[in-house]
Structures are given as C-alpha cells and as structure tokens.
Design a protein around this ligand. Structure first.
Ligand SMILES: Cc1cc2nc3c(=O)[nH]c(=O)nc-3n(C[C@H](O)[C@H](O)[C@H](O)COP(=O)(O)O)c2cc1C
Length: 419
C-alpha cells in the first residue's frame, strides 16, 4: 500500500469512526445538554441501541440500568446543582478512571454449582445487612429533591441498606436515623478545630450511630470545572438560598446547629494527623472508619493506629485529580490490611459486576454516591429505591453467574487482572 493509499484509508477510517454512534456517543452516558464529558457508562459493544440521553424514562420502573436516571436528573435539577454533583476536578481524569478501572479486572466464573438460592448479605462490625451496597455520604441532598436525605434514608430502609450520613447533609443525624429506622453511620468533616470535631462526634454518638467515618481526603480547595461552567448557565440568583461566608453556608446544614464555629474560616481539616485519631479514640465509643485511603502505606498505618475499618476512596474523583481509580488501588490495600479490619471501597460503582469484582478482590462492602443522587433528582424516593434495587439485582445475578451462593464465597479466585 502506498503512503497515499494508507492516508486515504486512515482518513476513511476516521470518518467512519466520527459517523459511528459509538464515537459520537463517546461510549459514555452523559449529560443530555452538554454532551459526553464525565465517563459514567463504559463503551457499549452494541451500536444499534445506545443510550440516547434525549429519551428520558418516565418512571423508575422503566429504568434498565442506573444510567437511565442521570439524564432525567439533568433535566429536573438546576444546572448549578447538577454540575456540583457530576463534577470531578481539573481534567476529570480520576472521575473517568474510576469507571474505566473496572476494565482492568475480569471475573472468572465457575460452573455447575447450585445457585438457585443466593445470600447477598454481609456483616460489618457485628451488624448484618441484606446487601453489600452502602449509601455513600453526600452533602446537601436537598439540592436535588426537596425531601433530600430523608428520601434517601427511606429508600435505604426499603432495601435494608447501610446509610452513611454526611456532616454537611441537609438533614440532621437524628432525623435521618429516624427516617432510616435503624442506626446509621455518621461521616465526619472534622474541621480545623478539635472542639467542633468533638461536638459533632458527640452528637452522632447521642443519635445512636455505631460508627464514625472520618473523611481524610478533602484538605484543600478544588477546581470543579464542570460545576463552575454549568453554574454560569444557571439563571437563578444563588444568593437567594446560599448565604455568604462560613456561618451562612452552615445554616442549611443542621448537624452544625448549636456548635460554635466562630474563629473558623473553613471546614476542611488540613491540619489533621494521626494524632487526631488518637484523640478521637479517647472521646468516643463508636468504631472509627477512615474514608479516603489510597495507598498501602496508609492502610498499614490505619491498622497500626487501631482504626477499625477503612474506605478506599478518591471522593468520587472530587478530591485531587490523581488519575488513579479506586478499584486499581484496592488490591494493594487489601493485601496490606491482610483481613485485620474491614476494607470498603467507593468510586464509579454502577454495575453488579463492578461490585462483584471489588468483593472478590477483598472488599467487605461497596459504597455508591452519584447513582442514588441521579435517582433522587429524577424521581425522589422511588428513584433512589429503584437505583438501589437495580444494583442489588445486578449483584445477585453476578453472584449466580459466578457460581457463588454467599458473598464470602466470592474470593480472589473469581477475579483476575486483565493483561
Ligand atoms: C454531590 C456529592 C457530594 C459528596 N459529599 C461528600 C461529603 O459530604 N462527605 C464525604 O465524605 N464524601 C462526599 N462525597 C463523596 C462520596 O461519599 C463518595 O466517595 C463518592 O461519591 C463515590 O463515587 P461515585 O459518586 O462515583 O459513586 C460526595 C460525592 C458527591 C457526588
């Protein structure tokens, strides 16, 4: 073939790609109006019926997968709020990596095991849950639906999911616990002030939380480009609801009610060290779980510092744009921990097979963030219920197809790194 022929055929190939639905669609579910940016859906091998983000489902029961809720939420939720939820950081490499990371792992199904009955339940700190799918903490859920975290808690109750409530939730830990109808875990943004952290911890303990989840991966400011760009398109006056300054910003966050924040200029804990964990241990009976671990050295330090559990998390690609997915980080952390404390993981979990891969690698449970927010923004509580139901169903199917009857049977033999 002459160089000229080669360049013609290359041009034709690129033209073909450009015309292909796979290319136009970018292989990702996306935001209806803005086109594909944040990778949420992995490449679809069948070009005949790709998800068209203009075709909105009319009710939760019409959803085929969790991605079906995202464009409906995009339509219902104001652009600034939707942008806040969808956004990653900078180039959003980590956001995309969280999804693409699952391609690096493959399941190894086994056959001829009786899987007519499957038990998807798990145990964490002595409590049993029907499913390993946990509600990750997300702040300010009234931005997506007026019932916010209450709708989420009620949906979690229907499917018996463990819920982790954010410090900056738009519902108090007491109200969320009562809507959930069972103890929930409380996520702590410690702030730079020990007194503020201690007051939040006391409040969570008094509300009956058995576990405090300390988030350690939000130390600095962040460039949430998708959020900032979509906010520019939002014609509403932000200051009608968002009061300026720290005191103003916490007025809609009831977990801070009665806590003295004077003297603070932000709520991040850039000054946090392992010393904080020692102090925390001295003031609470709750189990301590650290959220945001990404390196085996820190996982080992968790164990050495008497931490009860950890969550492998990059904050859903909202912290730093490291480029590394959490599923990629999971094996080294599981290995370092060696079964001494439970390891949970979050970031990009959208499919039952994603969950099965993480469990097989050694995770004790998997937390989800954005999918239930899509359900919330799309249809309120019934939307959250259906998102969770889809994840449970897909995970059950993944277990059956792998040939396992219990979550414990899903061992490393069922997963391999793709070569
Ligand atoms: C809108 C939004 C708000 C969040 N707020 C918090 C928070 O207040 N505290 C926290 O520890 N993590 C927060 N996270 C991170 C989640 O707990 C979780 O780590 C992440 O969403 C998992 O990734 P996924 O969204 O791809 O499932 C938030 C995530 C989103 C999307």
């Amino acid at each position: 073939m002459s160089p000229c022929d080669r360049s013609t055929s290359r041009r034709r190939f690129l033209q073909f790609l450009a015309a292909s639905p796979l290319f136009a669609y970018g292989g990702v579910a996306s935001h209806a109006a803005e086109g594909p940016k944040a990778a949420t859906k992995l490449p679809d091998p069948i070009p005949w019926a790709p998800l068209n983000t203009q075709d909105l489902i009319a009710s939760p029961k019409d959803a085929i997968n969790v991605f079906d809720f995202e464009p409906v939420a995009r339509q219902n939720v104001p652009p600034a709020h939707f942008g806040y939820m969808a956004s990653g950081i900078d180039d959003e490499v980590t956001l995309r990596a969280n999804r693409e990371g699952f391609l690096k792992f493959q399941l190894r199904p086994r056959r001829l095991n009786d899987v007519s009955k499957v038990d998807t339940s798990i145990e964490l700190f002595g409590a049993r849950w029907d499913t390993p799918v946990v509600i990750a903490p997300t702040g300010g859920n009234r931005a997506y639906h007026p019932e916010g975290d209450i709708a989420v808690a009620k949906a979690a109750r229907v499917g018996n999911h463990l819920q982790i409530l954010a410090t900056v939730a738009s519902t108090s830990v007491e109200d969320a616990t009562s809507a959930r109808g069972a103890p929930i875990w409380f996520q702590l943004y410690a702030s730079p002030s020990w007194d503020v952290a201690k007051a939040l911890v006391k409040r969570a303990e008094d509300a009956g939380c058995p576990v405090i989840v300390v988030t350690v991966d939000r130390m600095a400011g962040r460039n949430q480009e998708t959020f900032f760009r979509l906010r520019r398109t939002d014609a509403r006056e932000c200051s009608n609801c968002h009061e300026p300054g720290l005191q103003g910003s916490v007025r809609s966050k009831p977990n801070y009610d009665g806590i003295d924040l004077s003297g603070l200029s932000n709520l991040q804990s850039a000054n946090m060290t392992w010393e904080f964990m020692k102090r925390l241990r001295d003031v609470t009976r709750m189990k301590i779980v650290i959220k945001g671990i990404l390196a085996h050295e820190d996982a080992t330090l968790c164990v050495e510092n008497g931490i009860d559990g950890l969550i492998v998390s990059n904050h859903g690609g909202r912290g730093e744009d490291s480029g590394r997915s959490t599923i990629d980080a999971l094996p080294e952390i599981v290995q370092a921990v060696g079964g001494r404390i439970p390891v949970l993981v979050d970031g990009g979990f959208r499919r039952g097979t994603d969950i099965a891969k993480a469990i097989a690698i050694g995770a004790g449970a998997v937390c989800v963030g954005r999918p239930y927010l899509w359900g919330l923004g799309a249809f309120g509580q019934p939307g959250v219920e259906r998102v969770l139901e889809i994840l449970r169903t897909e995970f059950r199917v993944a277990m059956q197809q792998c040939g396992v009857r219990t979550v414990k049977e899903l061992t490393p033999a069922f997963v391999r790194r793709a070569t």
